[in-house]
Design a protein around this ligand. Structure first.
Ligand code: SF4
Length: 307
């Protein structure tokens, strides 16, 4: 992305906003990251910057500058080292990068794409995250049939596996918390807790799904979600033109199982972009359901025991 496009994004912002710099790999263009920060500051925009990186290009110098710019960092890691090495590679560089961030007091959130190949290692990923010392959370993404997953026909984890290992992973976070007082938050369980406690109504899967987020590509095209980039049906316009954010139309909004589910009123259901990419005619998926339902059940069970 050139600076003119990034500048157009910042100029268009009114009110508090969160910008996530993602890729590809945003650290390939760290100068642009710094210019975005400096320009937003100069324009007195209320912008929170976040960076999603594969971590391999992090250096002590970059970590120091990220700290100075107060940019939050997310790193992709699909399992403990030996598993991530098989699935993504360059694990040594990623771990070195996370340690540089730790040296400058930067906490990170890990993002893990779950599939049949790594679901059984989810509890070990929690252990490894604890060992790293500066991981504050782990978020789970379900597999999308694009890129490597499509080429190699990577199978999805089954709903039973998701339920079992998500529960075990949460037990590990509790164990570490009881022993040391350090929390590693599993994003999906934290979200379920919030929804159960506050009774937040189901309002769509994410901000993009309801037209409150957008992705700007290097060429200035705007889409509701990065996963839908390049699909003309979802193009919302150019960042240099006036545009209105649209949500992501659901492939099918009727899920019979949800009608009778006790979490039906608060559940976010499945990811519509994932359903579109996977060519599914409904955005209900048994995998998504297993994540949501297991998370709700973990929180409810815990509440029963602490009463
Ligand atoms: S937990 Fe599953 S069945 Fe229940 S509302 Fe959510 S997606 Fe539907």
């Amino acid at each position: 992305m050139d600076f003119a496009t990034a500048k157009a994004v910042i100029d268009g912002i009114q009110g508090p906003f969160r910008i996530q710099l993602a890729g590809g790999e945003p650290l390939l263009n760290f100068d642009l990251v710094k210019r975005i920060y400096a320009y937003a500051k100069q324009q007195r925009k209320k912008v929170l910057l976040a960076l999603q990186t594969n971590g391999t290009l992090l250096t002590p110098g970059i970590a120091k500058e990220l700290k100075e710019m107060n940019i939050s960092v997310g790193v992709s890691l699909d399992g403990p080292p030996e598993v991530n090495e098989q699935l993504r590679g360059k694990t040594g560089e990623v771990i070195r990068g996370i340690k540089y961030l730790a040296e400058y007091g930067i906490n990170v959130n890990l993002t893990c794409v779950i599939s049949v190949h790594n679901i059984g290692y989810l509890p070990l990923l929690v252990d490894y995250a604890f060992y790293l010392g500066n991981v504050k959370g782990i978020g789970l993404d379900l597999l999308r049939k694009t890129g490597n997953a499509l080429e190699n026909a990577v199978p999805e984890a089954s709903p039973d596996e998701i339920s079992h290992y998500l529960t075990e992973a949460y037990q590990r976070t509790k164990y570490f918390y009881q022993k040391t007082g350090r929390h590693i938050v599993i994003r999906e369980i934290a979200s379920a807790r919030k929804r159960l406690e506050r009774g937040i109504a189901a309002h769509g899967y994410c901000l993009a799904a309801v037209g409150k987020a957008a992705v700007v590509l290097p060429n200035g095209q705007v889409y509701p979600c990065g996963s839908l980039a390049g699909r003309p049906a979802y193009l919302m316009g150019q960042i240099t033109e006036p545009l209105k954010c649209r949500g992501i139309p659901l492939p099918n909004n009727y899920f019979p199982l949800c009608e009778t589910c006790s979490y039906g009123k608060i559940c976010s259901r499945g990811c519509p972009a994932r359903a579109i990419i996977n060519n599914e005619d409904t955005c209900f998926s048994l995998q998504d359901c297993a994540v949501r339902k297991t998370a709700f059940q973990i929180v409810e069970k815990e509440k029963r025991f602490t009463k």
